[in-house]
Design a protein around this ligand. Structure first.
Ligand code: GLU
Length: 446
């Protein structure tokens, strides 16, 4: 059996970490099995969907490396949804309702006062021809509800195990609005049937939809995908992500300098039994992915963790890989500079600061009590600097000046870089060169 999955975003905003995690799980699952990954653009809401957002979604997925085999728009498929609605109507599973939203509100309030669940009372099923005509004469347009069976729907969820939804505890869902537009529920099922989707992988906010959707699948075909509902993503302190989604959009994370593989590594690992580590490639993430590893608790997203993984990824990244990025930031210094600096950065853009330290004129920073020591150090620094110079030089200074540890190394680091922490000094000294190093050790600007 070929595995076929789909990611179905609505083009009403940029992708954020929550929906990227869903896309990623679909992608990892499909690619591991040599299956097909379909991008479905859920743009039935013509007012809120835009081409810009659709393009943005495609750009973000491409940037992340989540390639798809084919994509389509729901807005091009209205005839198929109309046909499905006709089938359901003919089977007595889709019925017209004329209540206004105010009337429905009032009904719900009344039920609540009586401590009853706010389930739609199916009054529309009892309407006489005359009542229907009266509503239509008033100008009311019907909305259409799917008639649930009232039975309990069962499925075996790949993440949640045995699931059941008692459809008698649900209101019959509205599938078509009064203006004739389709809500998400029916088009999604029609497309999952048409595309022969084998696995529906999505967030657990869709668990209740699955009860109704399984009944719609059964009413329209003999095709039924397997479901996997993944726990929601929450902020690191357990609060909902909703308020932060703007700053957690792919556009924003890209702008902030996060690497796609760091984002995918974090999103593939949080909420699973695997350690949270950056992985060297999407291939590796794919090989390690399994629904068995996904826990039931919400997955916590942490920006600190993302920054950490981003840094770890860069520590292992070759010059070839970042060359263009460095050039776009106007950071020179070539491969030797990158190899020296990569262990000390969290983002590629952090190289700019180190490039200034190494290559721009800067006065040596020296405390009064270290001045004489630094001048001696300048005097005994050889003119030709090699990979061994740092250890030979500091060994000599240690013997001659009686300094060791921090009091030996810190004044040198500060004089040469102006910072207390940074890359390995041996390599840094080579890049800096004898002339610049000596000048800075004497407190001059070089
Ligand atoms: N457009 C829906 C959403 O983003 C798709 C849900 C589904 O995967 O069925 O929530």
């Amino acid at each position: 059996m070929t595995v076929i999955c789909r990611f179905a975003p609505s083009p009403t905003g940029r992708l954020h970490v929550g929906n990227v995690r869903t896309a990623l799980m679909n992608w990892l699952f499909v690619r591991e099995r040599g299956g097909k990954f379909i991008l479905r653009i859920d743009d039935t809401d013509l007012e809120r969907s835009t081409n810009e957002y659709e393009d943005g979604i495609k750009e973000d997925l491409g940037w992340l490396g989540l390639n798809w085999d084919h994509s389509f728009n729901q807005s091009h498929k209205f005839p198929a949804y109309e046909a499905a609605a006709k089938t359901l109507r003919e089977a007595g599973r889709l019925y017209a309702c004329y209540e206004t939203s105010d009337e429905l509100d009032r009904q719900r309030k009344l039920l609540r006062v009586q401590s009853k669940p706010p389930i739609y009372n199916r009054a529309a099923l009892e309407l006489t021809e005359a009542q229907i005509k009266a509503y239509e004469d008033e100008g009311r347009k019907p909305h259409w509800r799917f008639k649930l069976s009232g039975k309990t729907v069962h499925w075996n969820d790949m993440v949640r195990g045995e699931q059941s939804v008692d459809t008698s505890s649900l209101s019959d869902p509205v599938l078509i609005r009064g203006d004739g537009s389709f809500l998400y529920t029916l088009p999604s099922v029609v497309d999952d049937i048409d595309e022969k989707i084998t696995h529906v992988i999505r967030g657990e906010d869709h668990v209740t939809n699955s009860g109704a959707q399984i009944e719609i699948f059964e009413a329209l075909s003999d095709h039924l995908p397997v479901f996997a509902h993944t726990p929601l993503l929450v902020w690191k302190d357990g609060s909902p992500l909703s308020k932060r989604l703007g700053s957690l959009s792919m556009g924003e994370l890209k702008e902030q300098g996060f690497e796609p593989l760091a984002i995918c590594s974090l999103l593939a690992k949080i909420g699973t039994s695997d350690p949270i580590e950056v992985r060297p490639s999407m291939e590796v993430l794919k090989d390690e992915f399994s629904f068995d590893k996904i826990g039931r608790a919400p997955a916590r997203f942490s920006d600190d963790e993302l920054l950490l993984l981003n840094g770890r990824l860069l520590h292992e990244t070759s010059y070839e890989t970042v060359k263009d990025h460095l050039e776009s930031l106007n950071v020179g210094g070539g491969e030797a500079f990158w190899n020296l600096i990569r262990a000390n950065i969290s983002k590629v853009s952090d190289t700019a600061g180190w490039s200034t330290v190494l290559f721009a004129p800067m006065p040596g920073q020296i405390e009064d009590e270290d001045k004489a020591f630094c001048i001696s150090a300048a005097n005994c620094l050889p003119d030709k600097i090699t990979d061994e110079t740092w250890s030979e030089w500091t060994g000599k200074l240690k013997a001659e000046q009686g300094r060791k540890g921090k009091s030996l190394f810190m004044p040198l680091r500060r004089a040469l870089t102006g910072r207390d922490r940074g890359p390995e000094m041996g390599g840094l000294l080579v890049l800096l060169g004898a002339e610049k190093a000596k000048a800075r050790l004497r407190g001059e600007t070089a």
